[in-house]
Design a protein around this ligand. Sequence first.
Ligand SMILES: *Cc1c(COP(=O)(O)O)cnc(C)c1O
Length: 403
Amino acid sequence: MDLLAFLKGHASCYIYNGEQIASQCQKLKREIPDFEFLYSIKTNPFSHIIQNISKEGFGADAASAEEVFLSLKNGIASEKIFYSAPGKTEEDIKICYGKCTIIADSISEIRHINAIAAKHKEIVKIGIRVNPNFSMKNECGTSSKFGIDIEQLLKVEDTLAEYSNIKITGIHIHIQSQILNFQILGKYYKNCFELAKKIHSMKNVNIEFINFGSGIGALYRETQDKPVDLEKLNNMISEIAEENCVVLNAKLLIETGRFITCNAGKYYTPIVDIKESLGQKYLIVENAMNGFMRPAIANLIYKAAGEILTGYEPLYTCQDEFSVQVLNESVEKEKVNIVGNLCTALDVIRENTEVNHAQIGDIIEITNAGSYAYSLSPLLFSSHKIPKQYYLYKDKIYEDELL
Ligand SMILES: *Cc1c(COP(=O)(O)O)cnc(C)c1O
């Protein structure tokens, strides 16, 4: 198909490449064969993407009741859906009961789940999100709104054992995203496994799954960064799988979002005006910050900090986390500011950047728009028409089915 012709008629829009998404799923399965994978729906909840990862055998990491329903609707079996988020309401728990494994995020959530299971006259298996006593980088924990501190969990062992309508069969840990160093990840997974063994020895606990959370990073900058060495990571963590066979025989789960979708998505938007001011040239595009917010945030953070910062996930990963080009055949280059048409100066895609000499109507392409992009952008700001989403698979374009 003629992509440029399609874009001239349909941008601003996101296009997600289905084959690339499938190939990332397959890479994880091939390189880390002893673990199973959950796709973090909040990364990109586009229906075709969930259907695709479901076909690859992935389960779901759902961060809300609605994400549990989205997972079910798009083909993921309830046994493979894990619902983990802080602040679940009793209503959330009630409507998701029986449709997924609920990961309790606090002692009061455990109480609510126990009460609902009692009404059903059942003993329900649940997981617990644990705030561990280690981080990715060192061996001490930090205060967190997520999960239950491990020290606290051990202290309430007897109370938990009194809840007769629940059985704790798994734990969930997640502390940091976007790690590219396999040694840090490997050490982290080992720490998680040790923690699981400790929790397994508590009363009313029988560990059947360990959800190690996410951490495996995506490659945002091809020239500066290297992808995670999955082979070396697997060499490190295959010991966990071996020991697991002997001591727990639990399901080993890794969550992943951006690794699957980040590079597979591109954002396209047309130039609607070109102007100059005090010697600088401006390409004005549609739906900049209000279609894809991350570039504006990257620009803001860089300007405010005056230095390169990392770690404002998932709003911002690093400087130059995407690349921009003008899609035309021009050999002539020019320095421009690419900005949006909103009535705020924050609405910037990239300042002082060299691109092909552009004309009104040309399309701008932004890479790495597959994760934390559409759903994380202020689409309603200024009441513009919102960008569409499309799914490209085997040279065919599929429409958005969500809106
Ligand atoms: C957002 C999130 C993820 C996904 O993180 P990525 O860095 O995109 O892989 C995984 N687990 C939890 C608990 C999350 O909140």
